[in-house]
Design a protein around this ligand. Structure first.
Ligand code: FES
Ligand SMILES: [Fe+2]
Length: 442
C-alpha cells in the first residue's frame, strides 16, 4: 500500500508528486478526507420552497438536498437501495416524491422508502421497507444560508471545524441584512488532481501577479499588480490559516477600498443604508476579500465566485461554480456580479483559463516516472507567523505571499489521512499547530 507519510514532508516543506497521481492514495482520500470533512451542499436560495431539491456531491457520492414540508432540509445519498440506480436523475427542481426510473421504487422527500411496485404479490409478507430508505447524511448544518454536510457522525460541530476561518468567511457572506442568492451556476471538468486547485485560494496569491498578469491588465482589475511586479515592489495584504486546513489571503491595506468586485457592487455597498449594515454586522476593521478556501474545497473568491470542486479520480475534478449576489441589491448590481464572474472564473473566464493551464500541465508532466518523484517546494515562509494578531484571529502572516497556509493545509491533510477517528485528528491538529504552542483554541 502506498504510504502517504512517505510523500508529505511538512517539516521540510516538500511534497512528492505521487500524492497527486496515485490511485491508492486517492482511495484513501475518499475514505479519510471526503467521508469525514464538512462539505458544501446547497444554499437556501436554491431550495426556497417545500419539495425544492438540488443534487450535489460529497467527494464522489451524489447527495440530494431537499426542502421538507416543514421548512427543514434533509440530505441523502442519491442511490436507490434496490439495485443502486440514481434515485433522482435531474440536478435540481421541485418534487412531491422521488421515483427510481429503473424498477419504480419511490422515496419521500426525506429519502424514506415509500413504495415498492409488486410488493403485495411478489415480495414475502415480512419484507420490511423501513430497512431500505436512502442513506441519510447524518450531519447537516446551515451556516448563514449555506448548507454543509458530513458523513461522519463524530465530526466536530461545523463552527468548531471552521475555527478562526469563521471571521474571514463572515467577511464575505455575512455583510448584508437580506443575505445572498445564487445568480448563476456553471460546472466543468478539469484534468488535474483536486488538491492543486484547493491549494490556490487557500494560499497561493503569488501566482496572480505572474499567471494572471495579462488577464488582469486587459480587465484593468489589477494592472496595479503588473506594475508592482515590474517595479519589484511587494504588495500589502495578509494571509491566514486555521487548524482544519482552511486558509486565504487578500491584497490591500485596512480602510482601503477592496478591489475585487466590479464598480456596480462597490457603488452599491457605498449607499449609506448598506454601509451601515456592513459596519453593524462586521465592525470597522474587517478587510478580508481576496481568496478563501474552507477545507477541502469550498472556495470563495472576492468577486463572489463561490465554488465547490469534486474529485473524480487522482487526475480529474469537477468544478461547480456559482455567482452569488446580495439578495437586496438592485438587478443591475446583481447582473454586474454575474457578468464579472463569467468574465473571470467561469469555464470561459480569463483567470480560470490561466489557472487551468497550469494545473493541466502539472498533472500531465506527472505521467513521467522521473517527474513524479522529483519533489515540490513549499518553502516561501519568510514572513513570520503571528497568532491572534490585532483583529486577525488564528494564524496569519503579514505578507500576502506565503506558503504557510498551504503547509497548514497539507499538514491537516496528512493528519486526516493518518488518523482513524476525529478524536485522533483533533489531537494531532493541536500538536501540529504551526509556530504556536498548543494552547491556542483556533
Ligand atoms: S434500482 Fe431503483 S428501483 Fe431498482
Ligand atoms: Fe489563479
Amino acid at each position: 500500500m502506498t504510504d502517504i507519510t512517505d510523500l508529505v514532508d511538512i517539516e521540510n516543506g516538500r511534497l512528492n508528486g505521487q500524492m497527486f497521481t496515485d490511485e491508492e492514495i486517492y482511495q484513501q482520500e475518499l475514505e479519510k478526507v471526503w467521508k469525514r470533512a464538512w462539505c458544501f451542499l446547497a444554499h437556501d436560495s436554491q431550495i426556497p420552497k417545500k419539495g425544492d431539491f438540488f443534487q450535489n456531491y460529497i467527494g464522489e457520492d451524489p447527495v440530494m438536498v431537499v426542502r421538507q414540508k416543514d421548512g427543514s432540509v434533509a440530505a441523502f445519498l442519491n442511490q436507490c437501495r434496490h439495485r443502486g440506480m440514481r434515485i433522482c436523475r435531474v440536478d435540481s427542481g421541485k418534487a412531491k416524491a422521488f421515483t427510481c426510473s429503473f424498477h419504480g421504487w419511490s422515496y419521500d422527500l426525506d429519502g424514506k422508502l415509500m413504495n415498492v411496485p409488486r410488493e403485495d404479490t411478489a415480495y414475502p409478507k415480512d419484507f420490511d421497507k423501513s430497512q431500505w430508505s436512502a442513506v441519510a447524511v447524518p450531519r447537516l448544518h446551515n451556516y448563514k444560508g449555506f448548507w454543509f454536510g458530513s458523513w461522519d457522525p463524530d465530526a466536530p460541530d461545523f463552527e468548531e471545524y471552521l475555527g478562526s476561518a469563521k471571521y474571514y468567511l463572515d467577511g464575505y457572506i455575512d455583510r448584508w441584512d437580506e443575505g445572498m442568492e445564487v445568480v448563476s451556476f456553471n460546472r466543468w471538468v478539469l484534468p488535474n488532481n483536486w488538491k492543486f486547485m484547493a491549494e490556490q485560494p487557500t494560499s497561493d496569491m503569488q501566482h496572480s501577479e505572474i499567471t494572471h498578469v495579462s488577464a488582469a491588465t486587459v480587465l484593468n482589475k489589477a494592472s496595479d499588480a503588473a506594475d508592482r511586479t515590474l517595479r519589484g515592489e511587494n504588495p500589502t495584504g495578509r494571509q491566514f490559516f486555521s487548524d482544519y486546513g482552511h486558509g486565504g489571503a487578500w491584497y490591500g491595506e485596512k480602510g482601503k477600498e477592496v478591489p475585487n468586485t466590479g464598480k456596480a457592487m462597490q457603488e452599491w455597498e457605498k449607499r449609506p443604508e448598506i454601509a451601515e449594515q456592513i459596519a453593524r454586522r462586521l465592525g470597522d476593521d474587517r478587510e478580508v476579500r481576496g481568496h478563501l478556501n474552507i477545507w477541502p474545497t469550498f472556495m470563495v473568491l472576492g468577486n463572489y465566485t463561490i465554488r465547490v470542486t469534486h474529485p473524480r479520480g487522482p487526475g480529474e475534478q469537477e468544478i461547480w461554480s456559482f455567482a452569488f449576489a446580495p439578495k437586496g441589491a438592485d438587478e443591475q448590481t446583481k447582473d454586474s456580479i454575474r457578468r464579472d464572474v463569467m468574465r473571470t472564473f467561469s469555464p470561459a473566464g480569463m483567470f480560470e483559463a490561466d489557472d487551468a493551464l497550469n494545473w493541466e500541465e502539472m498533472q500531465a508532466i506527472l505521467n513521467g516516472r522521473v517527474a513524479r518523484d522529483s519533489g515540490f517546494t513549499y518553502q516561501m515562509t519568510g514572513a513570520p507567523i503571528q497568532w491572534d494578531e490585532g483583529c486577525y484571529p488564528g494564524g496569519s502572516t503579514q505578507h500576502v505571499f506565503s506558503d504557510n497556509a498551504a503547509i497548514n493545509m497539507y499538514s491537516n491533510y496528512l493528519d486526516m489521512m493518518t488518523s482513524d477517528s476525529w478524536e485522533e485528528i483533533k489531537a494531532k491538529r493541536a500538536q501540529h499547530r504551526m509556530g504556536k504552542p498548543s494552547e491556542s483554541t483556533n
